[in-house]
Design a protein around this ligand. Structure first.
Ligand SMILES: *[C@@H]1O[C@H](CO)[C@@H](O)[C@H](O)[C@H]1NC(C)=O
Ligand SMILES: *[C@@H]1O[C@H](CO)[C@@H](O)[C@H](O)[C@H]1NC(C)=O
Ligand SMILES: *[C@@H]1O[C@H](CO)[C@@H](O)[C@H](O)[C@H]1NC(C)=O
Ligand SMILES: *[C@@H]1O[C@H](CO)[C@@H](O)[C@H](O)[C@H]1NC(C)=O
Ligand SMILES: *[C@@H]1O[C@H](CO)[C@@H](O)[C@H](O)[C@H]1NC(C)=O
Ligand SMILES: *[C@@H]1O[C@H](CO)[C@@H](O)[C@H](O)[C@H]1NC(C)=O
Ligand SMILES: *[C@@H]1O[C@H](CO)[C@@H](O)[C@H](O)[C@H]1NC(C)=O
Ligand SMILES: *[C@@H]1O[C@H](CO)[C@@H](O)[C@H](O)[C@H]1NC(C)=O
Length: 834
């Protein structure tokens, strides 16, 4: 296009007088604008003139962005009636009608507008918003237009343009895609606000009459799940909706005057919101839809729920299951989510809350703006055909009531910015969620997602671009949406193939009763995370309650992490999690009670260490190794504990060791062996060098900690803080010196005197030293450790262990720049199981 803006020298002798006061942004009555001439808005953002789309010779009258390159057209007048040459002329007549004529004087396009009276003062003006308006040039009220291009949009919506319906004139304003990049005539796709009186506002992206994607419903601030859209920065626009007796529409305004926004529906059927940041002439996409498989309208059928975090993406809402109407071909397109237990409208029926959802299509819903959530529940409960309710407008803490009658369609789970949906379920279905004891204890199936869930979500979104938009065959998995009280943020379907375990949710009052109101007498101990109390449940079961201090490093995420991790792990050498409690600020884990507390309470206590004889110690070493083997190899997950230490080994009645504290545990996929973290966590004295220095951890980091533990159990001394009069080495270095000199037996705890098996001690020290080797490859794996402890096979000669230096060097940080400080051996917390 012609870059130079042609001023308008086209002046006839009739209008010489007018010339001097003619504005560049207006067309006056009887003034002709021919091809090559342009009109520019006062802010120099928009241009009106004739153009040809790329690769096309047809001429169109349109409005484009002045500063965008390549030329970006925002509006076209003669979309369906192109000019074949550059003979076009546009003019405004004194009736207020804007007319486009071709070289032979035939009318090609007309605004079809007319003023009440014939008036020479009428003007067509290109406003700063990109709106071409026809109005009376003398009219004081700037808002009174005879006609405006914003009422007849093409494929682009600009800030301040209303999309919706005027109930008085009946005119609906919506976007239609171009047929192709070369052809602005109306294409296949439309973007329309579903504006029906009494219904709630949402937006449909359609191909012909078929709904492709539903955006919304509008939550008073933006569209539900807007987080799904990519955005490079904070919002640059504010959207608003207006619903009243006269009209129903949405619009948006730009937050900044250096940014130009546009919302376009592409010829390929994509909604794109992009911005132009002055002086940069290129558009940056800030949002697009559809993005993923779940954006395909109703892709999982009625009562289905879609999520991109699992594969397959489709599942049924909790309380619904996949049933087929056709017995001969079970899982196919005819399979639909059907209620597991039919509704009978009995008094026990109630609602299950699903969080973080895209609310179902509101075409089946009735909206009342003045009802609270409680009123809404009552209204839904009182009408047997009401299937669900929700509070659609999130402003002021939730306004309005949506009641659904009939199927719930196009539901999905969002990773953020979703809304709560309350679905009606049969009494027996709900009672499954509450234990029959009437103590309102919620039993819940914890389902674990791998730590890669977040990555999968992202991947899913990316992959979805490649997924066929028209899915042929639905494949399903059990999907339960996100029922309330589900701890796991990534609570997803069982398709993650990691089985399930049950943990109970206890109420605060229950735990308070069990522990005598957390009395001092019940206190078992205290750590960096908070306090541990002993308690007795009503049934008589003795429990240990780990009450996380509010200031503890263990935040909600670590807490969830631990619950999810342990719930899945069941082995006699792992402490058993019975349940958890989360109420207000309180977070508690409820374990089986271990009467003999932790290993360190024996090992490092002068009066109690003699209670642990050698056979018990050797038995404990074995038990820990077996627990580790389970974590590393035998459980269905590969779990790296990351904080193995004497304080985390609990002892039961029979002094059987149980590994506890999974707050830092990290789950791995079966084929994943090593991971890297920026935040090194764990306890000084037990951390392996590659982890401390490079943040790398693997099962071999647990093996290292295990080696330290073995040497501590044998010697009855702590690695951290170990001092020896003869040298500056830590416990590991000391053990290695003794081993090298053939004096391994000298490492044995003095209190054991001669009552030990020399063979077992020597072997334990040897294995311990192999485990604390500097190089990861030099450390044995867990199976080998167990085999070596059992006396099978020959043992390699250990080299100098890692950290063969006095600990003060490590503490000084000189060679461990990334090692965080640790307070009194207290675990540094962090997040990772997900
Ligand atoms: C505008 O163009 C029409 C033909 O399209 C012509 O008849 C008329 O005289 C022109 N008016 C002016 C002011 O140039
Ligand atoms: C103008 O339009 C008429 C009717 O569409 C057509 O017959 C005529 O050829 C056109 N003239 C030019 C110069 O394009
Ligand atoms: C103007 O009216 C004509 C005839 O009714 C119609 O074909 C044309 O689409 C209308 N133009 C606009 C912009 O509405
Ligand atoms: C949402 O509620 C606020 C008042 O809390 C109201 O001003 C706004 O218009 C509502 N939006 C819609 C779309 O109902
Ligand atoms: C942005 O727009 C506001 C209101 O229109 C105006 O007051 C302000 O000066 C403008 N800022 C710039 C940088 O143009
Ligand atoms: C059931 O499915 C089979 C195979 O797809 C088809 O031949 C049959 O007509 C179906 N029956 C009904 C009742 O839909
Ligand atoms: C809510 O609005 C409806 C009409 O929209 C009215 O009939 C009803 O009385 C209102 N209820 C309350 C509690 O204001
Ligand atoms: C339930 O609600 C529907 C839709 O508003 C209405 O048609 C029906 O009469 C109601 N039924 C009862 C029993 O109130």
């Amino acid at each position: 296009m012609n870059e130079a803006i042609m001023l308008l020298p086209y002046v006839t002798f009739f209008f010489i007088v007018l010339e001097s006061c003619r504005s560049l942004d207006t067309i006056a009555v009887n003034q002709n604008i021919s091809d090559g001439e342009t009109i520019v808005s006062a802010n120099e953002k928009f241009v009106l003139g004739f153009f040809s789309p790329s690769n096309s010779r047809s001429r169109y009258l349109g409005i484009w962005f002045k500063n965008a390159s390549p030329q970006t057209v925002a509006w076209v007048a003669n979309r369906e009636t192109p000019l074949v040459d550059t003979s076009g002329v546009v003019k405004l007549d004194n009736q207020g009608n804007l007319i486009l004529v071709n070289g032979s004087g035939s009318e090609i396009w007309s605004s079809n507008s007319s003023a009440y009276v014939t008036d020479i003062n009428l003007v067509a003006r290109l406003l700063d918003t990109g709106n071409l308006v026809i109005r009376n040039g003398n009219e004081a009220n700037d808002e009174v237009f005879i006609w405006q291009s914003f009422d007849y949009p093409g494929d682009t919506s600009l800030p301040e343009m209303k999309l919706g319906k005027n109930f008085i004139t009946g005119r609906e304003t919506y976007l239609t895609s171009w047929r192709s990049a070369e052809d602005p005539s109306p294409g296949e796709y439309t973007l329309r606000v579903s504006a029906v009186k009494g219904q709630y506002l949402q937006v449909y992206l359609r191909s012909g009459s078929v709904i492709e994607t539903r955006i919304g419903p509008y939550n008073g601030v933006s569209f539900s799940g807007g987080a799904n859209y990519v955005s490079d920065a904070k919002p640059v626009s504010v959207s608003y909706a207006t619903v009243n007796q006269k009209e129903m529409y949405i619009a948006y305004i730009s937050e900044s005057n250096t940014t130009t926004l546009r919302t376009t529906i592409t010829p390929g059927g994509k909604l794109e919101i992009s911005q132009l940041k002055f002086p940069n002439p290129e558009w940056i996409s800030i949002a697009t839809s559809p993005v993923d498989y779940c954006d395909n309208y109703g892709v999982c059928g009625p009562y289905g729920s879609c999520t991109t975090a699992t594969s397959p993406n489709c599942g049924c809402l909790k309380g619904f299951e996949l049933k087929t109407s056709n017995e001969t071909s079970p899982v196919n397109e005819e399979s639909v989510c059907t209620r597991s237990i039919a509704l009978d409208c009995g008094s026990g029926e109630g609602f299950l809350k699903f969080s973080s959802m895209k609310l179902p299509d509101t075409k089946n819903a009735v909206f009342s703006s003045n009802m609270s959530l409680i009123d809404c529940e009552v209204a839904c409960k009182n009408n047997c055909s009401c299937t669900a309710y929700a509070n659609p407008n999130i402003t002021h803490g939730g306004v309005g009531c949506l009641l659904w009658f009939g199927d719930l369609i196009d539901v999905r789970v969002f990773s953020q910015n979703g809304q709560d949906l309350y679905v009606r379920l049969a009494a027996s279905e709900l009672s499954d969620l509450y234990s029959s004891s009437g103590r309102k204890k919620k039993r819940l199936i914890m389902e674990v997602t791998l730590s890669i869930a977040a990555a999968l979500t992202l991947l899913g979104i990316l992959l979805a671009f490649n997924i066929r938009r028209k899915w042929k065959k639905r494949s399903y998995t059990d999907r339960e949406g996100r029922p309330e009280k589900t701890l796991a943020k990534d609570y997803k379907s069982s398709s993650s193939q990691i089985g399930s375990a049950e943990v109970q949710l206890f109420s605060l009052s229950e735990i308070s009763r069990a522990t005598n109101g957390f009395s001092v007498d019940n206190k078992l101990g205290e750590g960096g995370f908070g306090q541990v109390y002993k308690g007795v449940l009503e049934e008589g079961q003795v429990i240990a309650v780990k009450r996380l201090s509010k200031s503890s490093g263990q935040g909600l995420v670590e807490f969830e992490n631990e619950v999810i991790c342990i719930a899945r792990l069941q082995h006699r050498n792992l402490v058993k999690l019975l349940g958890y409690c989360i109420q207000g600020d309180e977070k508690m884990l409820i374990y089986e009670y271990m009467p003999n507390k932790s290993l360190d309470s024996f090992l490092y206590d002068e009066s109690r260490k003699s209670l642990l004889d050698w056979s018990q110690r050797f038995h404990i070493i074995h038990g820990i190794a077996r627990g580790l083997l389970y974590l590393h190899h035998d459980s269905r997950l590969k779990v790296i504990h990351r904080d193995l230490k004497a304080g985390n080994i609990l002892l039961d009645h029979h002094m059987h060791p149980k590994i506890s504290d999974f707050g830092l545990a990290r789950m791995f996929k079966e084929d994943e062996n090593e991971a890297k973290t920026k935040r090194v966590v764990g306890t000084l004295g037990y951390i392996s060098p590659e982890y401390a220095i490079h943040g790398l951890y693997s099962v071999k980091s647990d093996i290292f900690s295990f080696g330290v533990l073995v040497l501590e159990i044998v010697s009855g001394k702590k690695n951290r803080g170990f001092v020896h009069e003869d040298h500056d080495d830590n416990l590991l270095g000391h053990a290695w010196r003794l081993y090298r000199d053939g004096r391994s037996l000298d490492l044995v705890d003095e209190c054991l005197r001669a009552s030990y098996s020399a063979l077992e001690v020597v072997r334990s020290v040897h294995v311990g030293l192999l485990c604390v080797q500097h190089r990861v490859e030099d450390r044995p794996n867990t199976q080998t450790v167990l085999a070596m402890l059992a006396g099978e096979g020959s043992l390699l000669i250990p080299k100098k262990p890692a950290f063969f230096v006095h600990e003060s060097e490590i503490d000084s940080g000189s060679n461990l720049p990334s090692l965080p400080s640790s307070v009194n051996g207290v675990t540094l917390s962090q997040v990772d199981c997900r």
